[in-house]
Design a protein around this ligand. Sequence first.
Ligand code: G3P
Length: 215
Amino acid sequence: MKFFIDTANVDEIRTAASWGVLDGVTTNPSLIAKEKRDYKETVREICKITPGPVSAEVLATDYEGIVREAREWASVAGNVVVKVPLTPDGIKAVKTLSGEEIKTNVTLIFSVTQAVLAAKAGATFVSPFVGRIDDIGGDGMYLVEEILNAYANYGYETEVIVASVRNVRHVIESLEMGADIATIPFNVLKQLFNHPLTDIGIERFLSDYRKAMGG
Ligand code: G3P
């Protein structure tokens, strides 16, 4: 499974990239707002840090505006993927953009039928928001399972990005289900390293060694 980082913070992206396990980056307008930086300039910088796909979201909601912004994003760097919300205008734009070989990530997916519409339009990726479904008492990971099954049944090549990840459990279940990608916030990505027995083990190895060597 590919690990993307869900952030627009370049320090977090640099750190994750330095670990050698980062496959891509996803951003959205809320994440950019937190950084208080120009969206294009930030994405340009992120694209230099990572060679993997970097999702940048359109702000337009109408078909013409989405297509115009998507073409602009595509000219920013070769690894930009255009994030388009799941609406009729968005899907129509994805169909046009797939004809121009512009990669798209259809976002704000909350049902399997939405995911199938995106795949039919030629989306490169879909992003089901599992945490936001859990937040309202639903089962976000069940949606991922439904989408993976539907795509397997019909041979759609659109890759599934598990998005709105809130915890390590979401990552574990993504792995169990065979999701293509999980886009993970920095705080959760760091937690993937942690196990108390690893820390205890390191401490014991070092103290055994020091005792034996008289250190
Ligand atoms: O980038 C899209 C998605 O991951 C947003 O997550 O935490 O705002 O629901 P969240």
